[in-house]
Design a protein around this ligand. Structure first.
Ligand code: 2M8
Length: 418
């Protein structure tokens, strides 16, 4: 145990590039949005100043319109594609043109409460402002149905990049003008653990649409080639709004309290649009065709974390978890075995990602399902003990997949499952 604690700290320290942490050396040489949020929880276990700094460095890349980009390219690195010159957003610091799961407010609230929840806490107040601006950006640009859910315009925004939920929408993306490019990811890790070339062409084509319209977020939202309502981000934003509300109340920010309460009520009601009765779970849905993916993913179980679902829906979700234990040795797989395109080694089509497991477990505790939360926590610890601090893990044999010495996995060990 102690040895693993030391290893986890060491990974964070070695992946520190000076105020921000890379997810892992080689494969991901920049600062990623939701990675940094979880990494802050890891640093908080031994260096609180560094924890706050991780998030402060992240928001140095926030756009004037409020978007917090998915990557901040503090220093150029030829080892990653697509790098800053491909995104060409013209920002300083250089950034990508899309966002990532809005988990920041939830993590800021935790850091702040762990330090006594002082409403005059200056670092919290600055990050509160940044989160509020970002949440408003989602409201303005990413809620096409005005139901409080989150539309993503690139599968990379979801953080669950190659989940099978996006397959049908990606199949409609025209790749005829993509041109030549050199992937770098498959030079770092086994190609069998990464998205296919066909999928990458589609990811690049969507990026090119954004770049060609000068990263005009209105145009991308209205006419972009990929428009999905993501169950993961919808749940995460609802949760993050609740956490922002707690901070607004502590500070007595009256107008924002009213604004957030309305936003939360809208999302709570809107979430039913994602409920798939046949699957017995919340599933992502296409914003253009309205088609539900019908797939049970780890994000489906974020319902508890978001605080949604009536007793019947919650019972069905617990039944789905129970069913999954029949095919998975470890919880929570990113896709249920037997589903279309399930692959226990390929990225977000089966492997376990500890940051999602952490959020799922957190929600289960809050809903009183302690035994399930404990099971997920101890499975997560066993994965690290067995295989090390990998990017993700096979739900079948527990082997590591993707990059080694991974920052958010180390952070989850320190902050949660050790
Ligand atoms: C993965 O995504 C990046 C693109 O953003 C990639 O594959 O190049 C995802 O697992 C994502 O969720 C994560 O934030 C990122 C860095 O760990 O890697």
């Amino acid at each position: 145990m102690t040895d693993l604690n030391a290893q986890a700290r060491d990974i964070l320290i070695r992946n520190d590039r000076g105020g921000y942490t890379v997810p892992t050396h080689g494969l991901y040489p920049y600062q990623w949005n939701w990675d940094s949020a979880f990494v802050a929880l890891g640093f908080a276990e031994f260096d609180r100043d560094r924890a706050w700094q991780e998030i402060e460095t992240l928001i140095s890349g926030q756009w004037d319109d409020g978007m917090i980009p998915h990557i901040i390219f503090h220093k150029d690195d030829p080892g990653y594609f697509p790098g800053p010159s491909v995104w060409a957003t013209g920002k300083t610091p250089a950034t990508s043109g899309i966002t990532q799961p809005p988990v920041l407010a939830t993590i800021v609230r935790k850091l702040w409460e762990d330090e006594g929840a002082d409403p005059t806490h200056s670092r919290m107040r600055r990050l509160y402002d940044a989160c509020l601006k970002s949440h408003r950006w989602f409201h303005v640009f990413r809620d096409p149905k005005a139901n409080g859910l989150v539309m993503v315009t690139h599968n990379w925004e979801t953080g669950r990049d190659n989940s099978s939920e996006w397959d049908d929408a990606l199949a409609r993306v025209d790749t005829s003008n993509v041109g030549d490019y050199q992937r770098r990811d498959t030079g770092h890790v086994d190609a069998a653990m990464r998205p296919t070339q066909n999928e990458y062409d589609r990811y690049v084509a969507i990026l090119q649409f954004g770049r060609n319209c000068g990263w005009n977020h209105r145009e991308i939202a209205d006419n972009g080639p990929f428009r999905m309502i993501d169950v993961g981000m919808s749940m995460e934003l609802l949760r993050a709004n609740r956490d922002l509300l707690a901070m607004a109340k502590a500070m007595g920010d009256a107008a924002v309290i009213v604004e957030l309460e309305a936003r939360i009520a809208l999302s709570e009601k809107g979430m039913d649009w994602l409920w798939n009765e046949e699957a017995g779970a919340y599933c992502s849905r296409d914003a253009t065709t309205d088609q539900s993916s019908g797939l049970v993913t780890n994000a489906s179980f974020l319902a508890f974390y978001a605080g949604v679902g009536n007793s019947t829906q919650r019972a069905r979700l617990i039944a789905a978890l129970e069913r999954i234990t029949g095919s998975a040795t470890y919880l929570v797989p990113s896709l249920e075995a037997g589903s279309r395109a399930y692959d226990h080694k390929r990225y977000w089509r089966g492997p376990i990602w500890l940051v999602v497991s952490y959020m799922v477990a957190q929600g289960l505790v809050e809903a009183g399902h302690n035994a399930w939360a404990d099971r997920i926590c101890s499975d997560s610890a066993r994965l690290i003990e067995k295989s090390g601090f990998y990017e993700s893990f096979s739900p079948e044999d527990g082997s590591g997949s993707g990059g080694p010495d991974f920052s958010w996995t180390a952070a989850m060990w320190l902050a949660w499952c050790s």
